[in-house]
Structure formats: structure tokens, C-alpha cells
Design a protein around this ligand. Structure first.
Ligand SMILES: Cc1ncc(COP(=O)(O)O)c(C=O)c1O
Ligand SMILES: N[C@@H](CCCC[NH3+])C(=O)O
Length: 415
């Protein structure tokens, strides 16, 4: 994590000591680096320079409008999965004309809003969804640009909960049915067939599954061309992995170069929907050790960050690197880092070698993606604050939630 480094034994976010952020904003808090976000986005944009292409950041990975705004300023497009994400993009200054709308069940109202905003394309996942969009577009007297999400039936080799391109998964249409469904889409008066898309899974650490999927899509694109349906863009979704521990995923440059080589001279516009590979290593979550609870059997460090703040370890058994904010000399011991939530699955790390005392600050690394966005109010815990660091400046981009915020909208029965 280039933008989170130690200076004289103290962890810094860009030029700001993390302890200062903890003092000002408390814990747990998510901290993002503007520079890291920008560089991760530019890795994609620069690898695609000179081509007709769009990098649509997957908003679900980290949807804070401060994050979206940093990317929008660089000209990013966005991949959304709800009208709420569309409103975030618009509020953050993103261009709706660079938005693709994914998801298996877009509601009529969501389609309407997206059509009115003038999004780039709807990524459609079923025949029923084609009918729904055609009807909504007809009511608005508009024509909706569409792409079909094709499920290429390739094994992404990732955790089963985040694998999406197999026949067993709920996503997209089966590749064997795709030509027939394209012909149907082409017959609908308020749809304009523009593209093909797929997304085979997340946290992929090899190029091969992407290329397997690509090869299958290229066969489909050539088949469609022979049937008079011209595909103008190819959207390969997101999915490129990051290093959480010792993984060595391909870089965006390597991945994109391999894709471009496979395309040959087909004049296809390329779209990517990276989420994790843009946001994960641009963020950490800081948390404080409340108590140490050491027994003959085990050492627990009870921290103020919990599964509601960062659910990846509990949900996917994901390994997140956890490091001290201030390095202390002395012997390390093995600790399970557990939160205050009433669940045995409430841990952020197990069996970590650390030298800890109550009151210490810890940083959970690579927490910029699927961190805050997946957090909840379980146990009526307030969701964390979020800050963005820009050189030596700290910007609060989301206030810590309060109980008043949480109870707003709830009521008791009358009488
Ligand atoms: C359709 C779609 N596009 C893009 C993404 C972003 O994926 P990642 O964060 O792995 O790049 C996802 C999430 O997995 C997705 O479902
Ligand atoms: N939320 C997941 C990845 C799923 C991505 C959305 N399709 C994670 O934390 O790794």
C-alpha cells in the first residue's frame, strides 16, 4: 500500500500521521488516499489510451461521493446496480452518459430514472428484463441502449460467494441461449442492441479465466455479426484481484494488453468495470484496542471495529492484513482480533503476531473496497466515519453516524 507507509515508526496516510486522524475523528474510521485512488484509476485509463474505451468504476466497491468525485474529475465512467448508486454518481459530478447499469432485477422506476438521466447502456440479465425495459422506454418515447450480460460458464477460480460466471450462478443469460435472445432484443422497437458484457467473479488473480470468457464472447460476437447484429462494445466487467497478503494478481496494464491482443482487428469499444482494483488498496480502516483478554488458552485483543464495520473476514473468511499504527519494540504474541458484536464470527483477524497494549491503534489494510459499503448497523452500532487524505490535508467525507441518525424513521405503535 504505497500511500500508507511508516515514517519513524508511525503509520502515515500520504503525509498525515494516522494518529492525528484518530485523535480528530475517533475510531473506527476509514481513511482513503486520493493519490492512491487516482493512480489506480489511471493505470486502467492509460493502458487504454488511444482506444475507444470506458473505465466504469464499480460504485458498489466504495460508493462514498467523495471517492466518486475524485474519479469523476479524472473522467471516469461508473458501473451502477441501483438508482441509489446513480444518484450518488450524479451528486458526485459524474457524467450519466458514461454510466452502465448492471444487476439482475432493475425496477421500473430505476429504469425510468436511468433513461431520463441518459445513461450509456443497460446491462440486461434476462429476457424478462428486456421486456420490462422495452415497455418503460416505450412509455417515455425513448430508445434504450442495451448489452446482454452473458454467462460464459467459466470458473473464475475465486471464492464461491464471489464467483459469478458459472452456470450455477444467478447472473446473466447462458451463452448457448445468447444468440436467440439477441435476435429477440433486436426485434423490440424501443431497444438498441449495442454491446455484450460479462463479469465472471471478483478477486481474480490470473488472466486465464478472463481470456477464456473473452474467447467465448468473441465467438458469440462473430456469430451475431453473421446474423446481421453488429456488436459495438465489449464490456468485460470487473474482477481483477489485489494483493491482500501474498497474491500476485496481474496489473491492469498486463490484463488489458492481453485483452487487446486477443481482440485482433475487431473495431470494438472496450468497457471495464473495476471496483476492488481501484479502491481496495486506496484505503485502510483504523480501530483501537479496548481491552486485552489473555487466558492460558488464547489471547484476545478486543477492538472497537467489528464485523458490522468490515464484514469480509466473517463473510468470506477473507484475510485482511492488520498492522500497528505505531510500532512498539518488544516481543510479539499471537492475538485474535475480535470486535464487540455478539457473534463468535465477529473477528477481523485470527492468530496475528502483534505486540499490543490496551489503547493501541491498529490499521486494517486494503480496506478501501467492500469495507464501509458493506457495513451495517448490527447491534445498533453507528457506522464509521470516512476521511480522505490529500497530501497533508484531511477531508471528512462522511461523518460518524449517531444513534439519532439510526433511529430516524423508526416509530412506536400509537396509543
Ligand atoms: C457486474 C459487476 N461489475 C463489476 C464488479 C466489480 O468487481 P470487482 O470489484 O471485482 O472489480 C462487480 C462485482 O463483483 C459486478 O457484479
Ligand atoms: N463484496 C465482495 C465481492 C463481491 C463483489 C460484488 N459482486 C468482497 O468483499 O470481496
Amino acid at each position: 500500500m504505497d500511500n500508507f507507509e511508516y515514517l519513524n515508526g508511525r503509520l502515515c496516510a500520504e503525509e498525515v500521521p494516522v494518529t492525528r486522524i484518530a485523535e480528530e475523528y475517533g475510531t473506527p474510521t476509514y481513511i482513503y488516499s486520493r493519490d492512491a485512488l487516482e493512480r489506480a484509476y489511471l493505470d486502467y485509463a492509460q493502458a487504454l489510451e488511444g482506444r475507444d474505451a470506458l473505465v466504469c468504476y464499480a460504485v458498489k466497491a466504495n460508493s462514498n461521493i467523495g471517492v466518486l468525485n475524485v474519479l469523476a474529475r479524472l473522467g471516469a465512467g461508473f458501473d451502477i446496480v441501483s438508482v441509489g448508486e446513480l444518484e450518488r454518481v450524479i451528486k458526485a459530478g459524474g457524467d450519466p452518459a458514461k454510466v452502465v447499469f448492471s444487476g439482475v432485477a432493475k425496477r421500473e422506476g430505476e429504469m425510468r430514472r436511468a433513461l431520463e438521466a441518459g445513461i450509456h447502456c443497460f446491462n440486461i440479465e434476462s429476457e424478462a428484463e428486456l421486456d420490462r425495459l422495452n415497455k418503460v422506454a416505450a412509455e417515455l418515447d425513448k430508445v434504450a441502449a442495451i448489452s446482454l450480460r452473458v454467462n460464459p460458464d467459466v470458473d473464475a477460480g475465486t471464492h464461491p460467494y464471489i464467483s459469478t460466471g458459472l452456470k450455477d450462478n444467478k447472473f446473466g443469460v447462458a451463452i448457448e441461449d445468447a444468440a436467440r435472445i439477441y435476435a429477440y432484443a433486436n426485434s423490440l422497437s424501443h431497444l438498441d442492441v449495442q454491446g455484450v458484457d460479462c463479469h465472471i467473479g471478483s478477486q481474480l488473480t490470473e488472466i486465464a479465466p478472463f481470456l477464456d470468457a473473452l474467447d467465448r464472447l468473441l465467438v458469440l460476437i462473430d456469430t451475431l455479426a453473421s446474423e446481421g447484429i453488429t456488436i459495438k462494445h465489449l464490456d468485460l466487467g470487473g474482477g481483477l484481484g489485489v494483493c491482500y497478503t501474498d497474491e500476485v494478481p496481474p496489473t491492469p496494464q498486463e490484463y488489458i494488453a492481453a485483452v487487446i491482443e486477443r481482440l485482433g482487428d475487431r473495431p470494438l469499444k472496450l468497457i471495464f468495470e473495476p471496483g476492488r482494483s481501484i479502491a481496495a488498496n486506496a484505503g485502510i480502516m483504523i480501530t483501537k484496542v479496548e481491552f486485552l483478554k489473555c487466558t492460558e488458552h488464547k489471547n484476545f485483543a478486543i477492538i472497537d471495529g467489528a464485523m458490522n464495520d468490515l464484514i469480509r473476514p466473517a463473510l468470506y473468511s477473507a484475510y485482511m492484513e492488520i498492522i500497528p499504527v505505531e510500532v512498539r519494540e518488544g516481543e510479539s504474541r499471537s492475538f485474535d482480533l475480535v470486535g464487540p458484536v455478539c457473534e463468535s464470527g465477529d473477528f477481523l483477524g485470527k492468530d496475528r503476531q502483534l505486540n499490543l497494549e490496551a489503547g493501541d491503534l491498529l490499521a486494517v489494510c486494503s480496506a478501501g473496497a467492500y469495507g464501509f459499503g458493506m457495513s451495517s448497523n448490527y447491534n445498533t452500532r453507528n457506522r464509521a466515519a470516512e476521511v480522505m487524505v490529500d497530501d497533508n490535508q484531511i477531508h471528512l467525507i462522511r461523518k460518524r453516524e449517531t444513534v439519532v441518525d439510526q433511529l430516524r424513521g423508526e416509530s412506536v405503535l400509537p396509543g
